[in-house]
Design a protein. Structure first.
Length: 417
């Protein structure tokens, strides 16, 4: 192990993009990890001074000291050893590795790192060999790490291949207790949208009034990401979605999301629900909004009123936010705009002011009943309630990175040393 003056709780971070950088901010604020070993794979700008500058400033969240400590805070970023790449960042000891690009060439063993978060978005296939040319997620294990968490959903290129037994998709607060340290070594923390959606769906599936979901769909009104083009570009060879090459700065862009498919892996009960999902990219820097639509079988009470109402749905979310999902889900009765949720540390924030429901009836004729094998001659009316629910999530620091950071601490505490 390198002698860098700190041997406490250590974590590795591969990549210094949006997620990698925000993770370092989270670790500095949370305090569980003493040391973060960050692999950039190259020099950042002209050297460590430029890395420190990039780390301490942000166009979305402002200066690190203001975001982490308040408006009167002083800057606490100090280069300790330029040659060894050591920085002190608001009490977090950071060591910067600037040579290896391939995960298996990163000396995690020599750095004393057991748990690594791969935040590059490049290595997402858990079936690929550590020796794969160009690198793979398992390369981190070959380099000495005992566990690796990908900061995006798994993408298995061979569609005939199954998810390996030692791999699992995990969202903190949803299914993180299913993580088995003796079995699972390659993890995915899903996506920002799946994280927010899972925390919106969990209370509905667990409440008796809303458990009978017939269909569901979502549109995420999603902030821009670095995968989009600043200005129009020429589509890549073989591109099927030409909108991905259009300017993010001045367009509303229809897109897709794998959130519905990923949701089944963390909430298996959702597999019985016909779920559709899409994404609409808009020119803002962060904070996205899930527009969730659910149709419930909603029996009538003795007064002829449906069991599922906007009030009941909001009560379910209030109870979850104050109980089992406390600190992960929030309920707001305010009229919010996106910037109000900037940096808010919650997987999702329910906009209760705009929860709406409408109950109608499905007419089932005697012929339909007989075709289904029934013998009744009378027609039936089945009450169904359609609900529209909105949930905010800061797709960078507040929702996703906070959930990912909590998961990393949990995995580390479970023995990833």
């Amino acid at each position: 192990m390198q002698n860098d003056g700190n041997s406490g709780n250590r974590i590795g971070v591969n990549g210094f993009g949006r997620i990698g950088k925000m993770l370092l901010w989270y670790f500095a604020a949370d305090g569980y990890f003493d040391t973060a070993v960050v692999n950039t794979g190259r020099e950042v700008g002209g050297g460590l001074e430029d890395f420190a500058h990039a780390l301490g400033t942000d166009s979305t969240y402002g200066p690190a000291e203001r975001f982490l400590r308040g408006v009167n805070a002083e800057r606490e970023i100090r280069i300790v050893d330029d040659e060894k790449g050591i920085i002190d960042f608001f009490g977090l000891h950071i060591r910067v590795l600037r040579r290896a690009r391939d995960p298996r060439a990163i000396d995690w063993r020599g750095e004393g790192v057991g748990l690594v978060v791969d935040a590059t978005g490049k290595y997402l296939d858990p079936t690929q060999s550590p020796e794969r040319e160009g690198g793979s997620l398992r390369g981190h294990l070959a380099a000495g790490a005992s566990k690796v968490i990908a900061s995006a959903p798994f993408k298995i290129k061979d569609r005939s291949a199954d998810l390996p037994d030692d791999a699992s998709m995990v969202i903190y607060g949803i299914n993180h207790t299913e993580y088995d340290p003796l079995r699972h070594h390659v993890l995915s923390a899903a996506s920002c949208t799946t994280t927010g959606l899972a925390h919106m769906m969990k209370p509905l599936l667990e409440a008796e009034a809303t458990a009978r979901i017939l269909t569901a769909s979502l549109s995420t009104i999603h902030a821009a990401t670095n995968t989009q083009s600043v200005l129009d570009t020429v589509p890549k060879t073989g591109a099927s979605d030409l909108r991905k090459s259009r300017s993010v700065m001045n367009n509303i862009i229809l897109s897709s999301t794998g959130a519905a498919r990923a949701l089944e892996q963390v909430l298996p009960d959702i597999a019985r629900v016909g779920f559709m999902a899409d994404s609409v990219r808009i020119p803002t820097s962060t904070v996205s909004l899930i527009n969730l639509n659910c149709t419930f079988h909603s029996p009538l009470d003795e007064k002829g009123q449906p069991a599922v109402t906007a009030q009941r749905i909001n009560d379910i979310y209030r109870e979850a936010a104050d109980g089992p999902q406390r600190g992960l889900l929030r309920f707001s009765a305010q009229q919010n705009v996106s910037v109000d949720l900037l940096g808010v540390p919650a997987a999702a924030v329910i906009e209760g002011h705009d929860t709406h429901t409408r109950t109608g009836f499905i007419d089932i004729s005697p012929d339909m009943l007989r075709a289904a094998g029934a013998h009744e001659d009378a027609a039936l009316q089945v009450p169904v309630t359609h609900a529209k629910i909105f949930g905010w999530y800061d797709n960078e620091y507040g929702s996703y990175v906070t959930s990912l950071g909590k998961l990393a601490s949990y995995v580390h505490q479970s023995g990833a040393r």
